[in-house]
Design a protein around this ligand. Structure first.
Ligand SMILES: O=P(O)(O)OC[C@@H](O)[C@@H](O)c1c[nH]c2ccccc12
Length: 263
């Protein structure tokens, strides 16, 4: 089994804390989304998580749900995501985030082949728990499957998730949907230690990381953070600005600076 994403991120995490922004494909518009991507400064980020919008995004909070609804209304389909992404040349690995039936409807193997070709290295299937991973067997050697763990996951299961995950281990900061801000730091720390006892993949924390300060606090005891809702909220506020791509870089550079302050 080749886990290229895992090797890339493990190596990067030896040099600095990882920053993984999340964006929904086609938000605020298809054109501005692509402009943001093409201008993203790779000095600030280590990979990018791209959401393929779904009409029933059960794991998503209001900010991400709204961005998905808007993107769907603009006619974004998984096929369009593939076609557009295929035309871009980006210097950081992409990770797709979506739901099981999107991958199924596309055809699992075809999804893996197309998205790999378009620059994707990893996949998060938000509604697939550990037990559903065998359903994605056909993706072997195409995309790394990233599994989610959380502070409410029992210890044995955490270790299993850690061993089965590829790319990195996505540690959800607490209960609830994306955008959540109440983080139990003590619990999180313990869970990071448990996960690390079972894998040498990087452990990244997501859900509720909404400021550079919080990113710094959390990343001080794990390998990095995922920032979704806060970034999309920022995009929404500035969606009519003609320098939106530059503003997004400024936003991310503040997170990068904070992360680089960690010893
Ligand atoms: O939005 P937040 O709180 O910054 O959390 C990241 C999250 O949005 C992103 O990783 C994500 C979007 N949708 C998901 C569904 C499942 C797991 C993760 C995600």
């Amino acid at each position: 089994m080749k886990d290229i994403l895992g090797s890339v991120l493990r190596e990067k995490s030896q040099k600095r804390k990882l920053l993984l922004p999340y964006l929904t494909f086609g938000y605020p518009t298809i054109e501005s989304f692509l402009a943001i991507l093409e201008n993203l400064n790779p000095d600030f980020i280590d990979a990018l998580e791209i959401g393929i919008p779904h009409s029933d995004p059960v794991a998503d909070g209001p900010v991400i749900q709204e961005s998905s609804q808007k993107a769907l209304a603009l006619g974004v389909t998984p096929r369009l995501v593939f076609e557009k992404m295929q035309t871009l040349k980006l210097s950081f690995p992409l990770i797709a985030m979506t739901y099981g039936n999107i991958v199924y409807q596309y055809g699992i193997k075809k999804f893996g082949q197309d998205f790999k070709e378009a620059g994707f290295y990893g996949l998060i299937v938000a509604d697939f728990p550990l037990e559903a991973k065998p359903l994605l067997d056909k993706l072997e050697n195409l995309l790394s499957i990233i599994l989610l763990a959380s502070t409410t996951t029992p210890e044995e299961r955490l270790k299993k998730i850690a061993r089965e995950s590829q790319g990195f281990v996505y540690l959800v900061s607490g209960k609830g949907v994306t955008g959540k801000t109440r983080i139990q730091q003590e619990e999180l720390r313990e869970v990071v230690t448990i996960i690390k006892s079972a894998t040498d993949l990087p452990v990244l924390v997501g859900f509720g990381i909404n400021s550079p300060e919080k990113a710094k606090e959390i990343a001080s005891f794990c390998d990095g953070v995922i920032v979704g809702s806060a970034l999309l909220h920022f995009v929404t506020q500035n969606k009519h600005h003609k320098d939106l791509p530059q503003l997004v870089n400024d936003f991310l550079s503040n997170f990068r600076k904070a992360l680089n302050e960690i010893e």
